[in-house]
Design a protein around this ligand. Structure first.
Ligand code: MG
Length: 260
C-alpha cells in the first residue's frame, strides 16, 4: 500500500469511529404527548348561575346587594353612624344638604357598583356649584358627580373624573330631568407592610353606557386642596356626597353592588 492509500484508509476509519461515538452517546428522552382539543378543556368549577337584572323593571342581578330599592335608607348611615336622614319619596332619595354625606353600613373591597342619579329641572349655578355630589369608593376615592351637561368646569373635576386626578374620556351626560346611570368596576388596592401601595386602586367607569374611565389607576385620596395622599386601609363603605354648593339637591335611585 502506498502512502496516499494508507492515509485515506486511516482518515476513513477515524471518521467512522467519531460517528460511532456520537451515536453511542445520543439518549432517547420521553416526548410530550401529542396535544388534542380535550387536553385544554376544563369543565369544573362551573360559573355560578345568577339571574341578570331586568332593564324594564330596573331590577338588580340576583347576587347583588341592594343598597337602595326606593323604599328606605336602612343600608345607610350618616358619617357618624346615625340615621342617614336624606329624603326618600316616590322611590327615589334626594340629598338633604343639612344632613351631610351618607355611607353604607356594609364595607366592601373590590366591587361592581350600579347607581342612577337625576339633576332636577330647576338646577342652578355653574362649574362646581351645579349639582355637585360624588361617590366615594371605599370611602376614600371620589368619582365626581356634577351637572356637566352644557356646564364646563376644570377637566379633572367633571362628572366621571377621578376627582382632581384623571378627567373622563368623554362627556355623555344627559340633560336636566333625565336619569344618568353609573356602572363602576373597582379593584381595591394592596398595601405593603410600610403602608405604601403595592398595587394602587383601579377603576373603570361607565356613564350612560359609555366607558369614561378605562381601568384608571387611582393615585391616592382625592383631595380638594393638595396632592393625593396614601392612607393604608382595608374594606370601606360606599359614601355619597352632600356638597355644600347652593344649587338644588340631586336625587338617586336603584343602587346595588356586587362583590368581586
Ligand atoms: Mg363632588
Amino acid at each position: 500500500m502506498n502512502t496516499k492509500k494508507l492515509f485515506t484508509a486511516v482518515l476513513s476509519l477515524t471518521t467512522a469511529c467519531t460517528i460511532c461515538a456520537q451515536e453511542a452517546t445520543r439518549k432517547e428522552y420521553p416526548q410530550p404527548e401529542k396535544m388534542g382539543p380535550k387536553m385544554t378543556e376544563f369543565w369544573t368549577p362551573q360559573p355560578k348561575v345568577i339571574t341578570p337584572g331586568n332593564s324594564q323593571t330596573n331590577s338588580a342581578p340576583s347576587d347583588a346587594i341592594v343598597l337602595f330599592d326606593g323604599k328606605d335608607l336602612s343600608a345607610w348611615t350618616n358619617t357618624k353612624g346615625e340615621a342617614a336622614g336624606w329624603d326618600v319619596k316616590d322611590g327615589i332619595v334626594t340629598v338633604n344638604k343639612k344632613k351631610g354625606d351618607i355611607q353604607t353600613k356594609e364595607k366592601f373591597g373590590s366591587f361592581q357598583l350600579h347607581l342612577e342619579w337625576l339633576n332636577p329641572t330647576n338646577m342652578t349655578g355653574s362649574s362646581q356649584a351645579r349639582g355637585n355630589s360624588g361617590v366615594f369608593l371605599q370611602g376614600m376615592y371620589e368619582i365626581q358627580i356634577l351637572d356637566t351637561y352644557q356646564n364646563e368646569t376644570y377637566i379633572h373635576g367633571a362628572t366621571g373624573s377621578v376627582y382632581k386626578q384623571t378627567a373622563p374620556l368623554v362627556n355623555p351626560m344627559r340633560p336636566l330631568g333625565e336619569w344618568n346611570v353609573y356602572d363602576i368596576i373597582y379593584t381595591a388596592p394592596v398595601f405593603k407592610e410600610d403602608g405604601s401601595y403595592l398595587y394602587r386602586p383601579r377603576v373603570t367607569v361607565i356613564l350612560n353606557g359609555v366607558v369614561i374611565q378605562n381601568n384608571t389607576e387611582i393615585f391616592g385620596t382625592t383631595e380638594y386642596i393638595g396632592l393625593p395622599k396614601t392612607k393604608a386601609h382595608g374594606d370601606g363603605p360606599i359614601r355619597l356626597q352632600s356638597h355644600g354648593d347652593p344649587s338644588p339637591s340631586i336625587s338617586f335611585r336603584n343602587i346595588w353592588i356586587r362583590r368581586l
